[in-house]
Design a protein. Structure first.
Length: 546
């Protein structure tokens, strides 16, 4: 049993390396990462660890734990080392996989089933995407699954299990300190309701004393920072709370059914998730009826709870993909058994065949897409293209063999190699593919301009200044509201960044008092033609300096 556990952990570790760490610096920094990285940079440069600042302003909208970890890695390996800034998210993604493995084993005592759960989760598209992205989501949900695992283990194991409850309280606190109540609403609440309903609440009631310890630890870890901020900046905290609560109601509003295409976020597992959601099919066949019910209702309840909120974004679906991995694992584990014992019925064979056929179709088509999208534009060499074509066509043969022989193990191996090939050989070139703007000019070049290094930076114009550009420039860029205050921000030379030339924006009363020198122009659009990413770099000097 110990050797089997070690083999499973080794297998999942290899998959996690490819899923979360290999070539994780290939993609450019998105807006959520930029907010995290700029705040981490401020912590390192100005020591604002307890009261975070982002681009010179208080950053209280998100709890600070993920940013603290990012700043620590930035201090160790360099704040501009994107791969290492994303490394902690990869660690959290890996922990999520191992926590899910452990939770599955605690629920069912079936290590093969647990291995499939971890494997499916690590190769689920939006899971490995978030594990490669230095933001908050992967932290809070990973800690929450860890907390659920420890709670279930503590409830199902004989004795008070004080240490397990203590660990659960720690995980709950870190989840809250990573993104507030998000994971509590979308992961913990539906799981507890369903778990107690299906498995009974007696262990929960009988172990109320250690559970109180867990809750106490959770409260201490979760609320010391908000309480500290309340005493230091009560008005700012109240304003942020009002803004954030309003955002859930007024920003990115989508219809109730927006999330019900969630299987698509599973990537290669999309059809498997859909098949496993066929409740009559699953309930009749899957051996672990109670566990399957838990995973199925947990998935649907999470989708339902998220659908109640007016604000909807694709990344908010991450908590749904966790129980989705469980129901896919039930389906695959069931097929392993019935195919091995030759007990599969007509529908088992048909649904398995449809699932595999669509994966074969996609795998066969990938080389053609690579030819037109990557080889012809020159993003990959002929050698790499030929190598990838051979790999994908070999995987087609492997998948067809899995279908003909009804071999689930071969299917899993093929899907594993598909994921590893994408992360290892295609991911390094995705950034070039995304950047389709022929006029792109990286605003990071500003860092090398000696003439402006000693000057302070300001932004003007209705387009504002995107936080991604603040990150690329490597320093704070202060908004200058000249309409509110006609006074110059400084009595010495300073830099202005704007989507239009300053002389076309600033009012006459200000232009009469300054000299404007336009130094350069940057189009930082990787796709599209958005003015907010197009910036003139100008130096403004008060005429009083002449």
């Amino acid at each position: 049993m110990q050797n089997k556990r070690l083999l499973h952990f080794t297998t999942l570790s290899v998959v996690c390396v490819f899923a979360f760490f290999l070539n994780n610096g290939s993609l450019f920094v998105n807006i959520m990462e930029a907010r995290n990285f700029v705040t981490a940079r401020d912590m390192l440069e100005h020591g604002s660890w307890l009261i975070p600042n982002m681009n010179g302003e208080l950053r209280l909208a998100k709890p600070p734990f993920p940013t603290w970890i990012t700043a620590i890695f930035g201090g160790w390996f360099g704040i501009d080392n994107i791969s290492m800034l994303r490394f902690p998210a990869g660690i959290m993604g890996s922990l999520l996989v191992f926590f899910a493995y452990s939770l599955s084993f605690e629920l069912h005592k079936n290590r093969t089933l647990a291995l499939i759960v971890g494997f499916v989760l690590a190769t689920t598209f939006y899971v490995f995407h978030m594990g490669r992205t230095g933001t908050w989501d992967i932290y809070c949900h990973s800690f929450m699954v860890g907390a659920i695992w420890l709670l279930v283990k503590a409830w199902q194991k004989e004795g008070a299990n004080w240490k397990l409850f203590l660990g659960a309280g720690l995980m709950l606190g870190l989840s809250f300190l990573s993104k507030g109540p998000v994971a509590f609403y979308s992961v913990l609440f539906p799981f507890l309701v369903i778990y107690i309903t299906l498995y009974g609440g007696k262990p929960v009631v009988n172990k109320w004393r250690p559970l109180l310890l867990s809750i106490f630890v959770f409260l201490v870890i979760s609320f010391w920072w908000p309480v500290y901020i309340y005493f230091m900046h009560p008005e700012a905290l109240a304003a942020v709370a009002k803004l954030e609560s309003g955002s859930w109601m007024n920003r990115h509003v989508r219809p109730f059914w927006y999330y019900w295409n969630f299987p698509i976020q599973s990537g290669i597992w999309t059809l498997f998730v859909t098949t496993a959601l066929l409740f009559p099919y699953g309930l009749k066949r899957f051996q672990e009826h109670k566990g399957y019910k838990l995973a199925l209702i947990w998935t649907l309840a999470s989708v339902f709870l998220l659908s109640l909120l007016p604000e909807k974004k694709d990344r908010y679906l991450l908590p749904v993909l966790i129980p989705s991995a469980f129901i896919v694992a039930y389906y695959l584990n069931y097929l392993l058994t019935v195919f091995k014992e030759n007990k599969a019925d007509k529908w088992d064979k048909i649904l398995f065949g449809v699932n595999v056929f669509l994966i074969v179709l996609v795998t066969f088509a990938i080389p053609f897409a690579l030819f037109y999208l990557f080889y012809l534009p020159g993003y990959i060499s002929l050698v790499i293209f030929i190598l990838l074509t051979i790999v994908f066509e070999f995987l087609c043969v492997l998948l067809i063999g899995a279908w003909k022989r009804k071999d689930v193990n071969k299917l899993l191996i093929a899907i594993g190699f598909l994921t590893l090939t994408f992360q290892g050989l295609i991911m390094p070139h995705v950034g070039q593919f995304i950047n389709k703007n022929p006029n792109f000019r990286d605003i990071r070049e500003v860092r090398q301009m000696e003439s402006v290094k000693s000057l302070n930076f300001y932004s003007i114009g209705k387009d504002g200044f995107r936080i991604e550009l603040v990150w690329e420039i490597g320093r704070n860029v202060t908004p200058w509201d000249y309409e509110e205050n006609a006074e110059l921000p400084e009595n010495k030379a300073f830099v202005v960044l704007s989507s239009q030339k300053p002389e076309d924006i600033l009012p006459t009363e200000i232009k009469d008092r300054i000299e404007i020198e336009v130094l350069d122009y940057f189009d930082n659009n990787r796709t599209g033609n958005r003015a907010r990413f197009q910036k003139y770099l100008s130096v403004i000097r008060p005429k009083s300096l002449e």
